[in-house]
Write a protein that binds this ligand. Structure first.
Ligand code: MG
Ligand code: MG
Length: 281
């Protein structure tokens, strides 16, 4: 789940984690990652968000985790399921997926007092090439952001890398209103991690900071609006949007990615209803 820009941030909730805590966050993220893989195995035209959400909740509880989104500021479900022009925070419902949908599935789990948070945007078999390109570019931008998540750099270095790649190099719109965030003993901690900004600006990162980095990138204009349900975020021009997320620990030299898409990518290979997506190179 993303943070609302400036909604709860006063810069005072930055917590550096010990190595032991980072392993606990990794453990929570392992359940997140396997839950997303469970979703990947179930996706087919005709299935609903509500069905995959129910399976995800069961999977998480079977693994002794707690669905972190359920009840968070009143959010009613385990997953955020956001298809086509829905950017993020979609509430799983009874609409049946179609063979040309793209759907972002975002999952958070609390395990032993620590949180994991990751997301993946899936493409059904008949998604068009221009939309596949949006997914590949957004996915690549996640790793461009992660490359900057090293000790001694600033949050603005992550933000700039994502924005520059998506907007300048590819002409897409990077969402401003929603941001990545610190994660650990809470689902949303400081600092905020915007997907746009200036190099060398923003909070300094040191080893032990754990961040959820999550570019939200629109095919068209960057502007979004919130649905009357109080959650669902749509693109204003109704064009598709993509969203990929990892939880990462800032380290010296190279970030340690605590969530993994490995299981998801494996399940996609085995699921003929869903297209393979890899970061653009
Ligand atoms: Mg998330
Ligand atoms: Mg998040």
């Amino acid at each position: 789940m993303t943070g609302l820009f400036s909604s709860e941030s006063d810069g005072k909730k930055v917590f550096y984690k010990t190595d032991e805590e980072i392993e606990l966050i990794r453990a929570a993220n392992l359940i997140v990652s396997k839950t997303l893989a469970q979703v990947a195995s179930m996706l087919k035209p005709g299935i609903t968000g509500r069905e995959i959400d129910k399976a995800a909740e069961e999977f998480i509880r079977d693994h002794h985790g707690r669905p972190a989104f359920k009840g968070y500021h009143g959010f009613p479900a385990t997953l955020c399921v956001s298809y086509n022009d829905i950017v993020v925070h979609g509430i799983p419902g009874d609409r049946e997926f179609k063979d040309d949908d793209v759907v972002s599935v975002d999952c958070g789990v609390e395990l032993n007092g620590y949180y994991g948070d990751a997301a993946f945007t899936f493409a059904f078999q008949n998604v068009s090439e221009p939309v596949m390109e949006l997914l590949r570019v957004t996915y690549a931008s996640l790793y461009k952001g992660i490359e900057q998540a090293v000790a001694g750099k600033r949050i603005g270095d992550i933000a700039f890398a994502i924005q520059h790649y998506c907007e300048r190099e590819h002409g897409y719109g990077v969402v401003r209103e929603l941001v990545g965030h610190g994660v650990g003993r809470s689902l949303h901690e400081d600092p905020e991690v915007p997907n746009y900004g200036k190099r060398g600006k923003g909070p300094l990162m040191q080893s032990g900071l754990v961040l959820a980095i999550e570019p939200m990138v629109n095919m068209g204009i960057k502007e979004v609006y919130q649905d009357s349900d109080g959650w669902t975020i749509h693109t204003r021009d109704r064009k598709p949007s993509a969203h990929y997320e990892h939880s990462v620990a800032v380290r010296k030299g190279k970030a340690d990615i605590l969530s993994t898409h490995e299981f998801v990518l494996e399940e996609i290979k085995n699921n003929p209803s869903v297209k393979e997506v890899s970061p653009k190179n």
